[in-house]
Design a protein around this ligand. Structure first.
Ligand code: FDA
Length: 448
């Protein structure tokens, strides 16, 4: 199979300046493991029981991707598509079926056109690389996407994308609509994106305020819920809760920090904020103005770096978060504990992410159990019918397609949670685009 598969790839590839061994790695090649591991972000999926790809293809151009698809089909293998590898359930590099991994690590070129206010960015680039390139060209433009610089452009944009200037974003039509929130992997391999840049002022202001429970953090969080949607669009305010001292359950410090980005100078933020909130929320914190270009830090994907965390994440969306926060934060948990509960707010919808990380393999089941119990505990306080979730915070507990195939009714169990009424429209687009359901995974849009 190896030889004939390689021949298939070779005969369908159009650019012959690259030899096949430069972009197709079989299991017995020396670079296979390091390339596979290079962007496995979650160590949970690096164990020996995880099925590994038959081949890793790292395309340099479109024809390499086309060849990978044609030949995977011909040899009855599935494909997985990986850009930055940040999928929380590892769906970009883990599969129950025999598969080929298309890793877009070599497709990361970025070209910025400031005059036209747009940019072309290839899917394998990271958000950090993209922000940095924009900042190199101009300090008055940006792109509204996530805050983690190692996240890949490919998965991130196709699954939505929340970040410090996401309040400046809008949407479009059909297939293009579908791949900007519906998950690209259900529809094909996205080579590159043409995106519109947004204008930002030359100076922005950031501030951070941190309070422990003893200092009234819960009250402050409730106040944040009340005023968040009234703040001007240029102000992003996000809250993170973490256990900073988890030596024992009775003796731990729980801290809520509010991080903010304001698109303007500190002098303007103070009156704006006072107007929105007479109680002067958070402005007891330190205000820093700094040049926006300096805020864009670069963090490149090192193809041979070690994976960096083992974690488990769940999310939910809600119209209101009403709970006894003090009880929630102190909820029993395994040793390393709750690390990040991050509500972000747009209008009157809250997005909360809970995350737990750990170091020891043998603790995995214990942490997964704890996270599932936290998820159940929160049920009364969040959105119902459906209990909504954010696709980019993938969660296979919501439901999964068996061997990639499933009925519309079965897929609706998880599909309505991510997409609500848009799920039906996504199924229609999928049916038109990929009727044979070749592009599939455990949570891909089904063909009815
Ligand atoms: P990855 O390569 O794993 O792809 C994710 C999914 O998209 C997979 O199903 C994959 O097959 C598919 N895909 C990838 N490239 C594709 C392509 N070119 N064509 C078709 N399908 C493709 N989110 C957020 O909104 N704001 C944030 O600030 C953060 N921060 C953050 C930090 C960290 C540490 C992690 C682990 C995750 C986040 N996220 C996030 C979530 C992140 O947006 C989400 O996991 C993205 O899908 C990751 O995109 P990658 O390309 O890195 O992942």
């Amino acid at each position: 199979v190896d030889d004939s598969f390689l021949q298939c790839i070779s005969s369908h590839s159009q650019n012959h300046s690259k030899t096949i061994s430069e972009f197709v790695l079989a299991k017995n090649t020396s670079a296979y493991s390091s390339v596979f591991q290079s962007s496995v972000r979650n160590l949970r999926f690096l164990n020996t029981s995880t099925t590994k790809p038959e081949f890793i293809i790292t395309p340099f151009n479109e024809s390499h991707i086309q060849a990978a698809i044609v030949c995977a089909k011909a040899y009855d293998m599935q494909i997985r598509i990986r850009s930055g590898g940040h999928d929380y359930e590892g769906l970009s590099y883990v599969s129950e079926e025999k598969f080929v991994l298309i890793d877009l690590v070599n497709l990361r070129s970025i070209s910025i056109d400031i005059e036209k206010e747009n940019a072309w960015v290839e899917s394998g680039a990271t958000l950090g690389e993209f922000y940095y390139k924009i900042a190199e060209k101009s300090n008055v433009y940006g792109f509204p996407a996530g805050s983690c610089p190692t996240v890949g452009v490919g998965g991130h944009i196709s699954g939505g994308g929340f970040g410090t200037i996401f309040r400046k974003k809008s949407m479009g039509e059909d297939l293009f609509w579908a791949i900007r929130g519906g998950g690209g992997a259900s529809f094909g391999v996205i080579f590159s994106w043409k995106v519109r840049l947004v204008q930002i002022p030359p100076s922005v202001t950031v501030f951070k305020v941190a309070k422990t429970l003893e200092q009234g953090a819960s009250k402050l969080l409730q106040k944040w819920q009340r005023i968040g949607d009234k703040l001007p669009e240029d102000l992003f305010l996000h809250a993170a809760t973490e256990v900073v001292n988890a030596s024992s359950n009775n003796n731990k410090t729980i801290r809520v920090s509010f991080d903010s980005l304001y698109l303007g100078e500190a002098g303007k933020l103070v009156p704006v904020s006072q107007q929105a909130n007479p109680q002067n929320f958070c402005l007891t914190g330190q205000l820093n103005s700094r040049a926006s270009s300096k805020q864009n830090q670069i963090m490149l994907r090192n193809p041979f770096q070690k994976p960096d965390w083992k974690g488990y994440t769940k999310s939910f969306l809600s119209r209101d978060i009403r709970t006894d926060l003090d009880t929630l934060w102190r909820k029993d948990e395994p040793d390393s504990g709750l690390r990040n509960t991050i509500p972000s707010q747009k209008r009157k919808i809250y997005k909360i992410q809970y995350m737990v990380t750990w170091d020891k393999e043998e603790e995995t089941e214990q942490h997964l159990r704890w996270m599932r119990s936290l998820y159940s505990y929160m049920a009364p306080y969040v959105s119902k019918s459906p209990r909504a979730a954010y696709l980019n915070y993938r969660d296979l507990d919501l439901g999964r397609n068996k061997n990639g195939n499933t009925s519309f009714a079965q897929a609706s169990v998880w599909g309505l949670k991510y997409f609500k009424n848009n799920f039906k429209r996504l199924v229609k687009v999928k049916t038109e685009t990929d009727p044979s359901n070749f592009f599939r995974n455990e949570q891909s849009i089904p063909v009815p």
